[in-house]
Design a protein around this ligand. Structure first.
Ligand SMILES: *Cc1c(COP(=O)(O)O)cnc(C)c1O
Length: 391
């Protein structure tokens, strides 16, 4: 029996949309359709699948559940978040302009600066959390305003509804990279965005074991163009990658609740700590974007950044002195990660004006026991900072 899952609650949709039991065997979990091609009964007579670059049933399941979770009419999946970004850029033409956030994800910046920019598409940066800056930066040829919220690594909050309002009479479309929030915490289409993009590598996959991306939207013409380019350019995810992502999505809601609760406790601990200078977490009442975040998000997610009292070396030393938090790039998995953006995720923005502070540390707070996480940060700070103060 197939229910109308579309009308059910988020957690139920995450588990069931596009994932009814397999009709031929009764398998509860949709199979990994590890096939490149499909038999045809006669030339052109088939069950909707011809070749797996074009379509694959495991990928179809991922498309359906992602559309349902973001409240969009359609979704398209890609081999990575950046492949999804590249595909969205196929909606642009030479002479168009893209307005990016000044602390946009480094790989997105690099793609626009070094790849897409070579094809006659211009871009500029602005602090999109400043609405006057957004108004000033819009050009007649702006076709995308590209929002991330919370941003990386400062966790700034951008008011999605306000930006949608600013461009309502402008031809620009609003793209929201929703990777840091996930659809459980924030649904940009309902706030006026035109397209939502994810690196499914992060919270949606959730287990640091797969790289992928997805774009969700409502506009049927954009769907036709993007679907054409998904097939024509071919950066599609394999069936096993789609299956891993589907498996991750089933537990998204419970994971995000725990990520958010743990991150709040870690942020509060750091906020009180004498060796910590500033803490960036939208769930803290003194965060600049706290009120907007409270309006547009269900909870504040698992990313926390902070600056230590000290210098570049002290921050690097703290980042390698934790035992539960592992020193690694990326985010959104069940395990906690720590990194030094100046040397790691944000090394590529050196010289662009979007540099991060030397003393900044970024945490992806996982779903381990929260006392273990706080104790780990406590011992790392205690081990490094007094020693550094004596130098
Ligand atoms: C990781 C990430 C991307 C890029 O995704 P990949 O899957 O690594 O290609 C884009 N945006 C944000 C916010 C990210 O964190």
């Amino acid at each position: 029996m197939t229910s109308n899952w579309q009308e059910s609650a988020f957690e139920t949709r995450a588990i069931h949309v596009g994932q009814d039991p397999d009709p031929t065997t009764g398998a509860v979990i949709p199979p990994i359709y590890q096939t490149s091609t499909y038999v045809q009964e006669a030339v052109g007579v088939h069950k909707g699948y011809e070749y797996s670059r074009t379509d694959n049933p495991t990928r179809t399941a991922l498309h359906e559940v992602m559309a349902a979770l973001e409240g969009g009419a359609w979704a398209l999946a890609y081999a990575s978040g950046l492949a999804a970004t590249q595909n969205l850029a196929y909606l642009l033409n030479p002479g168009d302009h893209v307005l990016l956030s000044d602390d946009t994800y480094g790989g997105t910046y690099r793609l626009f600066a070094k790849v897409i920019g070579r094809y006659g598409i211009d871009f500029s940066l602005a602090d999109l959390s400043d609405l006057d800056a957004v108004r000033a930066a819009l050009r007649p040829n702006t076709r995308f305003v590209w929002v991330e919220t919370p941003t990386n690594p400062y966790l700034k909050i951008v008011d999605i509804r306000a930006i949608a309002g600013i461009i309502v009479d402008h031809p620009a479309r609003l793209v929201v990279d929703n990777t840091f929030a996930s659809p459980y915490l924030q649904q940009p289409l309902s706030l006026g965005a035109d397209y939502v993009l994810h690196s499914t590598t992060k919270y949606l996959g959730g287990h640091s074991d797969v790289v992928g991306g997805v774009v969700v939207g409502n506009d049927p013409d954009a769907y036709e163009t993007l679907k054409f380019h998904q097939n024509a350019a071919g950066a599609v995810p394999g069936p096993f990658d789609c299956w891993l992502t589907l498996r991750g999505i089933k537990t998204l809601a419970v994971r995000m609740d725990r990520h958010s609760a743990n991150a709040r406790a870690v942020a509060e601990f750091l906020h009180r700590h004498e060796f910590v200078d500033r803490v960036f977490y939208p769930g803290l009442p003194d965060h600049l974007g706290h009120d907007i975040a409270q309006r547009q998000m269900r909870d504040f997610s698992g990313m926390v950044s902070f600056t230590v009292r000290g210098d570049f070396e002290v921050a690097a030393e703290v980042a390698k002195s934790t035992k539960v938090f592992q020193l690694a790039e990326s985010l959104g998995g069940v395990e906690s990660l720590i990194e030094h953006p100046g040397q790691m995720t944000h090394a590529s923005v050196a010289g662009t004006g979007a540099e991060v502070e030397d003393t900044l540390i970024r945490l992806s707070v996982g779903i381990e026991n929260v006392t273990d996480l706080v104790d780990d940060l406590e011992q790392a700070l205690a081990a490094v900072i007094p020693a550094a103060a004596l130098r």
